[in-house]
Design a protein around this ligand. Structure first.
Ligand code: KE4
Length: 427
């Protein structure tokens, strides 16, 4: 592996990789500066190509709930590696994973593995359309469900609207089938179902949003989605790619006691390797090929090497049950930010649940996309770089969630709270 520094690696990358990155958020475009390259990661720390160690609050965007390179996950991968990397046939780990997922998430009676969260949500939407024989999908502005055409759409305003593509390359005819509504607004949901009777196949939602900063559902919002979808014969899809296994063993649906029809999963179930999954009601899942008319497939779906890491990660969660500890870490960081902001006299929100959090520079509570965008991104940029200069890596965007792991306990969280506090006070 190259021992070049980040700057020269980025110069080389820019020549051959669009924007020098394989995923846009890594490019630091919204916080400024050039991204650092990472050559190793252990526990709560990243080691950059410039030989600096950073306390990591991105956790590879969610998977690293046990910290990076956990010895038990590493050993599981090594054991699987001895037997080969991919078979293209059913393998025993697929059954083990299916049994784990259905045990953790009782609403999932049957599950299909794939290789990313995007595949999971794209497939769940197709399944909802095939099962209901309807075309329209409701999503919420600010929710990100991966980059499939039907879901890379968001409204420009809070009213009920036809989707406007959020990316070039998506035909208007596709966008028209996606209805985008404001999160936490039950009236708009009712309006949509009244405006499109018997046309809405499903409602897909991040039950707690992690992709416009961290935003929790208002009391009753998710229950309303469940009631209204049942009433109108549409399917409720919880996109728990980020929150699944992270905020509770059974995800947000466990915290909120909601039973969605379908759930999409990813990140943690790969233990750091590429895995996605979607599952739910057996009668719906049985519409999938080879049983039913909805086609979905994948060369590396159920890959034994990836599943070995994911199974080890889930079994660690089951044995450790770390959710109380993770919440305490999240509270410690959130309180440190709020206390520093109060000392400095600046308006700051630090929403947190378990090991997810974010920092908004806003005088008002952030409850949806509009209020998140109204928060001031300038001080966030300053906070980001001040923390980075002092060894703490926050999400490189004001509109992403932060993540903690069990490896943050002790010196890492204490140091990070000190750095974040000082950075806020120095704003
Ligand atoms: P992937 O295709 O990136 O595995 O998953 C897409 C996805 C689906 N649903 C939710 C709720 C998600 O958060 C994601 C992916 N999350 C982003 C972080 N905002 C991944 C990071 C990136 O795009 O580089």
């Amino acid at each position: 592996m190259s021992n070049q520094r980040s700057e020269s690696l980025f110069e080389r990358a820019l020549k051959l990789i669009p924007g020098g990155v394989n995923s846009p958020v890594r490019a630091f475009r919204s916080v400024g500066g050039s991204p650092f390259f990472v050559k190793a990661a252990h526990g709560a720390y990243l080691t950059t190509a410039d030989d600096t160690d950073l306390i990591d609050f991105v956790c590879t965007w969610g998977p690293a709930i046990h910290g990076h390179n956990h010895p038990i996950i590493k050993a599981a991968i090594a054991e699987a590696l001895e037997k080969g990397t991919s078979f293209g046939t059913p393998n025993p780990l697929e059954v083990d994973m299916a049994e784990l997922i259905t045990r953790f998430v009782p609403s999932i009676k049957k599950v299909r593995m794939c290789s990313s969260g995007t595949e999971a949500t794209m497939s769940a939407v197709r399944l909802a359309r095939g099962f209901t024989k309807r075309d329209k999908i409701i999503k919420f502005s600010g929710c990100y469900h991966g980059h499939s055409d039907s879901l890379l759409i968001k409204a420009g305003s809070g009213a009920l609207t036809h989707g406007h593509p959020d990316s070039a390359g998506i035909p208007a005819s596709f966008a028209r089938e996606t209805i985008v509504l404001p999160y936490n607004d039950t009236a708009c949901v009712d309006q949509a179902f009244a405006a499109y009777p018997d046309q809405i196949a499903g409602v897909i939602v991040e039950p707690y949003i992690g992709n416009v900063g961290f935003i929790k559902a208002k009391p009753g919002f998710l229950k309303h989605l469940s009631t209204v979808t049942t009433k109108h014969g549409a399917l409720l899809i919880f996109d728990e790619v980020m929150t699944g296994f992270r905020l509770a063993k059974g995800g947000v649906q466990e915290l909120e006691a909601i039973t969605p029809d379908l759930t999409t999963l990813g990140k943690i179930i790969g233990g750091g390797l590429p895995v996605g999954a979607f599952g739910g009601r057996a009668d719906v899942m049985d519409y999938l090929a080879p049983l039913g008319p909805v086609y979905q497939a994948g060369t590396l779906s159920g890959n034994p090497l990836a599943l070995s890491a994911g199974i080890a990660s889930l079994k660690l969660l089951e044995s450790l049950n770390p959710y109380g500890r993770l919440n305490a870490l999240g509270e410690q960081l959130s309180k440190a930010a709020l206390t520093a902001a109060k000392t400095k006299g600046i308006a700051l929100q630090a929403p947190q649940c378990g090991s997810m959090f974010s920092i908004f520079f806003s005088a008002t509570e952030v409850t949806d996309y509009a209020t998140a965008l109204a928060a001031d991104a300038v001080p966030y940029k300053k906070l980001f770089h001040s923390c980075l200069d002092n060894g703490v890596y926050l999400a490189p965007s004001a509109y992403e969630a932060g993540f903690l792991s069990t490896a943050h306990e002790g010196t890492a969280i204490d140091k990070a709270c000190e750095v974040v506090s000082k950075a806020i006070i120095s704003l």
